[in-house]
Design a protein around this ligand. Structure first.
Ligand SMILES: Cc1cc2nc3c(=O)[nH]c(=O)nc-3n(C[C@H](O)[C@H](O)[C@H](O)COP(=O)(O)O)c2cc1C
Length: 306
C-alpha cells in the first residue's frame, strides 16, 4: 500500500497530520522547541492569551494525582501586546507548523477586543476561543462554556468579527454537552474543541489544607480519558462542524479512539510533561494503523465507530 494520507483540512485549517499540542502545556510553543521538532506537528496551540498580562494564581498551582494532574495556573500569560511583539514572531521563526492562538477573557468585550487585534495578524492559522478555563470565571461564578446562552453569545460576537477560522473550546463540566456544542455551532463556530480540564481538588490530610493554593483546579491526563472520550463522541454526534478531541491522550491508540469517536484531529496535553516526544509516536502509530487496516485517508476513520 502507498503511504497513507495523514493530512486533513479542518474548516480551512490545513494540517499535515491531525496531531497538535494543547494550549497551556507547551508554553507558547517556543519553550518546547528544543525538546520537539515543531515542524512535524499538525499545529501548535499557544497558551491562552488575555488582553492584559496576568500573573496567574499563587503557588502551589500544580499537583500530581493518580493517573493525572491538577492545575490552577490561572492563565498566567504575557498579554496580547507582548505576545504579538515578541513571542509570536519568535515562534513563527522557529516553525512552519500552523500556529493556533488561544484567547481568553472575563467579558464578551475582552474576546471582541482580542479578536479585532488578531485580525491584523495574517500568519495565524486559527483562533481558539477558550471559554472553558475552570480557573477563570464570569461574574456569576460560571464559565461561559457552562451556559448555552453565553456560549452562543461569545461565539457569535467573535465569529462575526474574526478573519481567521474560529475554534470554540468547550468544558466537560456541564450537564448536556450536546446543547453547548450546538450553541457554539449556531453561534457560528467553524470548529469546536473539547475537553478542557475537569474541576477537581485534593486535600493534604496532615495540614488539612487544600493541595492547591487556589483550593480547586482542573484535572487532566489519563484519568480523564474515558470521560472526555464520551463527551467528544456526544458532541460530534450533536453538530455538523468538525470536532477536535483531547483529554488524556498518551499514545496513538488513545488518539485513534478519539478519531473513531468523531474527532477530526487530536490534541496532546499532559503527556507532554512526561514525554515531549509523545506527538511523534502518536503520528507514527496512526500511520502504521492506517497501513495495517488499509485506510488511505484519515477522513474515512473519523466517526467510524461501528
Ligand atoms: C498545566 C496546564 C495548563 C493549561 N492551560 C490551558 C490554557 O491556558 N488554555 C486552555 O485552553 N487549556 C489549558 N489547559 C488544558 C489543556 O489544553 C487540555 O484541554 C486538557 O489538559 C486536557 O488534555 P490532556 O488531558 O491531554 O492534558 C491546560 C492544562 C494544563 C495541564
Amino acid at each position: 500500500m502507498t503511504n497513507p494520507n495523514l493530512s486533513i483540512n479542518i474548516a480551512g485549517i490545513k494540517l499535515k497530520n491531525p496531531v497538535m499540542l494543547a494550549s497551556g502545556t507547551c508554553g507558547y510553543g517556543e519553550q518546547y522547541s528544543e525538546l520537539m521538532d515543531l515542524d512535524e506537528l499538525g499545529a501548535v496551540i499557544t497558551k491562552t492569551i488575555t488582553l492584559h498580562p496576568q500573573l496567574g494564581n499563587a503557588p502551589p498551582r500544580t499537583v500530581e494525582t493518580p493517573s493525572g494532574m491538577l492545575n490552577a495556573i490561572g492563565l498566567q500569560n504575557v498579554g496580547i501586546e507582548q505576545f504579538l511583539y515578541d513571542t509570536f514572531p519568535k515562534l513563527k521563526k522557529l516553525t512552519y507548523a500552523p500556529v493556533i492562538v488561544s484567547i481568553g477573557g472575563k467579558t464578551v468585550q475582552e474576546y471582541i477586543n482580542l479578536t479585532e487585534i488578531l485580525n491584523n495578524v495574517k500568519e495565524i492559522a486559527a483562533i481558539e476561543v477558550n471559554i472553558s478555563c475552570p480557573n477563570i470565571k464570569m461574574k456569576n461564578g460560571c464559565m461561559f462554556a457552562q451556559d448555552a446562552k453565553s456560549t452562543h453569545e461569545v461565539t457569535k460576537k467573535v465569529s462575526s468579527l474574526a478573519k481567521h477560522p474560529v475554534i470554540v473550546k468547550l468544558s466537560p463540566n456541564v450537564t448536556d454537552i450536546g446543547e453547548i456544542a450546538k450553541a457554539a455551532e449556531e453561534g457560528g463556530a467553524d470548529v469546536i474543541s473539547l475537553v478542557n480540564t475537569f474541576s477537581g481538588m485534593l486535600i493534604d490530610i496532615d495540614s488539612r489544607r487544600p493541595k492547591l493554593a487556589n483550593v480547586t483546579g482542573g484535572l487532566s491526563g489519563p484519568a480523564i480519558k474515558p470521560l472526555a472520550l464520551k463527551l467528544v463522541w456526544e458532541a460530534a454526534n450533536s453538530v455538523k462542524i468538525p470536532v477536535i478531541g483531547m483529554g488524556g491522550i498518551m499514545n496513538y491508540q488513545d488518539a485513534l479512539e478519539y478519531m473513531i469517536a468523531g474527532a477530526s484531529a487530536v490534541v496532546i496535553g499532559t503527556a507532554n510533561f512526561i514525554d515531549p516526544q509523545t506527538y511523534k509516536k502518536v503520528i507514527k502509530g496512526i500511520e502504521q494503523y492506517m497501513k495495517k487496516y488499509k485506510v488511505k485517508n484519515l477522513s474515512s476513520l473519523i466517526g467510524s465507530l461501528r
